[in-house]
Ligand binder design. Structure first.
Ligand code: MG
Length: 164
């Protein structure tokens, strides 16, 4: 059964996904301002994906005959440091999102809402992917250290990411 508790949890998660989108867009804008267009492009795709995550849940709430309630989206930080620092912030943020999705999954189980539980499988798998991708970039950035040529190479590589 689709309970009010699960509906509230999903509405809350929609807000978190949309905040993620906004946060990554702020990071994309930061990278544009420091002429790292590959990083900026990668972040923009990341931002678009987060909007899609939010919309996936938005659509699902309607499918269950529920009500979507949109809350205010928090303001993301505008100032950032090095690319490594930004990517570490992304990983930290994604870990929080993972914990939040896992808590929602727990709630669906507790409420015996099996359909929501199954729907959330996709998100749980997606989080594994998200964390891995960001971790790979962090490792790459650590390996180049302060080498400008290395950073230019990573920027070029990230710029290849297309909207999937
Ligand atoms: Mg997401």
């Amino acid at each position: 059964m689709f309970t009010k508790k699960v509906q509230d949890g999903l509405n809350d998660q929609i807000n978190k996904e949309l905040f993620s989108s906004y946060l990554y867009l702020a990071m994309s804008a930061h990278f544009e301002s420091v002429n790292l267009s590959g990083f900026a492009g990668w972040m923009k795709v990341q931002s678009q994906e987060e909007t899609e995550h939010g919309m996936k849940m938005y659509q699902y709430v309607f499918e269950r005959g529920g009500r979507v309630v949109l809350e205010a989206i928090a303001k993301p930080a505008a100032e950032y440091k090095t690319p490594l620092d930004v990517m570490k912030k992304v990983l930290e943020h994604e870990k929080k999102v993972t914990a939040s999705i896992e808590a929602l999954y727990e709630l669906a189980l507790k409420e015996k809402d099996y359909a929501s539980e199954v729907m959330l499988h996709w998100f749980i798998k997606e989080q594994v992917e998200e964390e891995k991708n960001v971790n790979d970039i962090i490792e790459l950035l650590k390996s180049i250290g302060d080498n400008p040529a290395g950073l230019a190479m990573v920027d070029q590589r990230l710029g290849f990411r297309k909207k999937g």
